[in-house]
Design a protein around this ligand. Structure first.
Ligand code: AMP
Length: 350
């Protein structure tokens, strides 16, 4: 990676991303910071991104996401001095092995991708960092209610909530029959935390050596968020599902912020210890806040999350640091700009 960056023309750096997830925000932010932008896009979505031509200087069209790692695309990205911004859909589209070995500088901590792909390693990382997580149960030792999760489930698809050991066993047998998992050990049986969901958008700046809280959101999930619209005597017969369809802004009670910031700092510290140089740029902690105001984190994302799309003009928190509209997409571009100006681009790319 050092070699690639050494050959880059630092006056002509471009910012590249994949056409999905938070691409529009990333491109918008890059433009505001004066960068050339590159969008890699599937042919079938080209018509949509063409509506935003003013945000895109170069378009690289692929017929399938597999092509993203082709020699042709890699060469073209390198010829444009591109820095790739991975987002939440990146690994899903490109595949973990390919994402890890892509020969293009990435803004973010590449080493975190493999931990993120494994639910148990992910939860251990959080616990070892000193962050409160839900209890995990073995199949014969369940304390209901629990939420049962399967590996690779996208957007919570296939998760189920159970209120007895029998229901857990039945649900896992069903998942094996449906081919979702091969054996019961693959299912993660987790304490179901009763409270409200809250997701925190952090940004760790290696350039400024500071952690910023750039926003927070709530996910709008189908059908679980729709069940409360039904009378209880109907909703009790419907299994909740957790398919994310959008995001809702959230401002937190200020007395919760120290705990949230403390968790963010713990995450940064742990990433530096285990995976030097540590987290770079955006990450998200995903939690349930209980009625006693205890915050339990059940998931993290090591990159920009779609909830940041709410704040293209900045959030109430980003204003406190920047006093100007600062989305996470723009903050990424600002970090790259500051690193170029200080001659420390190496510090923020992996
Ligand atoms: P995930 O795919 O891990 O983001 O989870 C999907 C959704 O399931 C979350 O947005 C939460 O609403 C819910 N969820 C996940 N884990 C828990 C938990 N341990 N307790 C309560 N709700 C949870």
């Amino acid at each position: 990676m050092h070699e690639i960056i050494e050959n880059y023309d630092l006056d002509r750096i471009s910012i590249a991303t994949l056409g999905s997830h938070s691409a529009l925000q990333i491109l918008h932010g890059a433009k505001l910071e004066g960068f050339t932008t590159v969008l890699i896009v599937e042919r079938r979505r080209l018509w949509f991104y063409n509506q935003f031509r003013h945000l895109i200087d170069h378009t690289l069209v692929v017929d399938s996401w597999r092509e993203v790692v082709s020699k042709n695309i890699m060469n073209r990205l390198r010829s444009m001095n591109s820095i790739l911004i991975p987002h939440g859909s990146f690994v899903e589209y490109v595949g973990l092995d390919r994402a890890e070995s892509m020969e293009i500088p990435m803004f973010g901590l590449r080493g975190l991708l493999r931990i993120e792909a494994d639910q148990r390693r992910k939860m251990k990382f959080l616990a070892d960092a000193g962050i409160k997580i839900p209890k995990e149960y073995s199949i014969n030792n369940v304390v209901p209610p629990v939420i049962v999760k399967f590996p690779g489930a996208k957007g919570g698809k296939g998760y189920f909530i159970a209120n007895s050991i029998e229901d857990v066993k039945k649900g896992i047998e069903r998942a094996i029959k449906q081919g979702i998992i091969q054996n019961p050990d693959e299912a993660l049986i987790q304490e179901y935390i009763v409270g409200v969901p809250a997701y925190y958008h952090f940004f760790y700046s290696p350039v400024l050596d500071r952690l910023e809280l750039l926003g927070a959101d709530i996910r709008y999930e189908s059908n679980v968020d729709g069940l409360k619209r039904l009378p209880a005597e109907i909703s009790k017969y419907i299994n909740p599902s957790f398919v994310v369809v959008g995001n809702i802004p959230l401002v937190l009670r200020e007395s919760l912020l120290p705990k949230i910031m403390d968790y963010g700092l713990k995450f940064v510290r742990k990433s530096k210890e285990d995976l030097p140089p540590g987290i770079i740029g955006p990450f998200c902690l995903e939690s349930i806040i209980r009625e006693d105001c205890e915050i339990i984190v059940f998931e993290f994302s090591g990159r920009i999350v779609a909830g940041t799309n709410i704040y293209v003009m900045g959030s109430p928190y980003s204003w406190l640091y920047w006093d100007e509209p600062m989305s996470t997409g723009r903050r990424i571009a600002r970090e790259i700009r500051m690193a170029i100006d200080r001659g420390i681009l190496d510090l923020i790319l992996t």
